[in-house]
Design a protein. Structure first.
Length: 92
């Protein structure tokens, strides 16, 4: 994250996750299990990159003592949004 920064890392993570989601449709139509696993790996890589970028960014938003209190809701929203992302972007 030191080279590109946290803000660009968040965008990069989202872009990788969208790429992974977009590969689910051809994998389903071609019925290729390996492509499905590859799409799942790319999606997970994007979400991981997003979490790694977003957590330090959230902790720097306010007082250091209250940082864990800000991280918990942001991670909860991330889990909920991940479900919506898969539902809306990955369904044909």
């Amino acid at each position: 994250m030191g080279k590109i920064g946290y803000q660009k890392g968040i965008v990069k993570g989202l872009a990788i996750a969208v790429l992974g989601c977009s590969l689910f449709i051809p994998a389903e139509r071609m019925e290729v299990y390996g492509l499905f696993l590859g799409a799942l790996f790319i999606l997970a890589s994007g979400i991981t990159n997003l979490q790694v970028s977003a957590n330090p960014d959230v902790t720097t938003l306010g007082d250091e003592r209250t940082a864990p209190n800000r991280l918990k809701p942001s991670q909860l929203f991330s889990l909920v949004n991940r479900g919506y992302l898969k539902h809306f972007l990955c369904s044909p």
